[in-house]
Design a protein around this ligand. Structure first.
Ligand SMILES: [Fe+2]
Ligand SMILES: [Fe+2]
Length: 303
């Protein structure tokens, strides 16, 4: 079995391979990890439109090509138009044409918007029994993305939409683990029907590696993959760690306001690397919490 590093919040034994004499949960976590590594679990698929948009942008394609993909998906087309007329572009003439919208936003923002909207489909439960946990995971992902976007202007090098997307996808590995657990439950319900708390432990222990695998399958940019893989690392003070540290702090904000599978109002945000990096003190963090709570309440209705 591939050696699995364990996320910081995970119980240390949870990713240990199955051997006699260890806790049953630990051997089950090892079993899930082995299933994922074996490639038997069908990974979530990035929707076709997102794949095409990525290819076109990557190959230096034209706005016309992008528009031809986006216009086939009414929800995408509507979102791109809405975005091009959003407050960020207040004062500019209203755009009603998709080609002009793509030109105003730029290819990179269009690509990020398409991937973000596509992610919604990936966070859909494959089994009815898991609907509640998927819903909570989606809310957590949105809250983390919104918090990350609020933090982005404090760091000089990042585009807010790229930071938003990193926040949105940071726990995408949990979808892989949930799918694997559902597959095992379908095969052998008596043995693999887990309590919610046990399932959450598995998610904590395995999601960073599972997410890394998915990032490779989707060919996502290296910086997003780093976030997915390392957002529970304790030390994030190397020069290249800023985006991971921002998303880790955003994850802490989401957890503290209750938008999490494991809400915790006592999370100490000041202790996270991102707080020092962005020079945030208690007062600024308290204001951030209020802003993100408002953002989440608005977003839950519309996204
Ligand atoms: Fe995580
Ligand atoms: Fe998270």
């Amino acid at each position: 079995m591939t050696n699995l590093s364990v996320a910081r919040s995970a119980p240390p034994a949870a990713a240990t391979p199955a051997t006699s004499g260890i806790a049953p949960e630990a051997s089950l976590a090892g079993r899930i990890a082995a299933e994922i590594e074996s490639g038997k679990v069908e990974l979530p698929v990035l929707p076709e439109a997102a794949v095409r948009v990525r290819e076109i942008v990557g190959a230096g394609g034209s706005a016309r090509e992008l528009v031809s993909v986006i216009e086939r998906e009414p929800s995408l087309a509507a979102a791109i138009l809405r975005y091009s007329n959003s407050v960020a572009y207040a004062g500019l003439r209203e755009i009603t044409d998709l080609h002009q919208a793509v030109m105003r936003l730029g290819f990179s923002a269009v690509e990020q918007t398409v991937i973000a909207l596509s992610a919604r489909n990936v966070f859909q439960a494959t089994d009815k029994a898991d609907e509640q946990i998927y819903r909570a995971l989606w809310t957590h992902s949105i809250a983390t993305a919104l918090a990350a976007r609020r933090l982005a202007p404090r760091a000089s090098d990042f585009n807010p939409e790229a930071v938003f997307l990193s926040g949105l996808l940071h726990d995408i590995g949990k979808v892989v683990v949930l799918r694997c657990a559902a597959l095992m439950r379908r095969r052998d319900p008596a043995r693999f029907t887990f309590e919610r708390s046990t399932l959450v432990e598995f998610l904590d222990a395995l999601h960073c590696n599972a997410g890394d695998r998915l990032c490779r399958a989707w060919n996502l940019p290296a910086e997003i993959r780093e976030v997915v893989k390392r957002h529970h690392d304790a030390a994030l003070d190397a020069p290249g760690d800023a985006l991971v540290a921002i998303v880790q702090l955003a994850n802490g904000v989401a957890t503290k306001i209750g938008a999490s599978l494991e809400p915790d109002p006592h999370v100490s945000l000041l202790d996270l690397s991102g707080a020092a990096l962005l020079r945030l003190d208690d007062v600024k963090l308290a204001a951030l919490l209020v802003d993100v709570e408002d953002d989440v309440a608005r977003m839950e209705e519309g996204f």
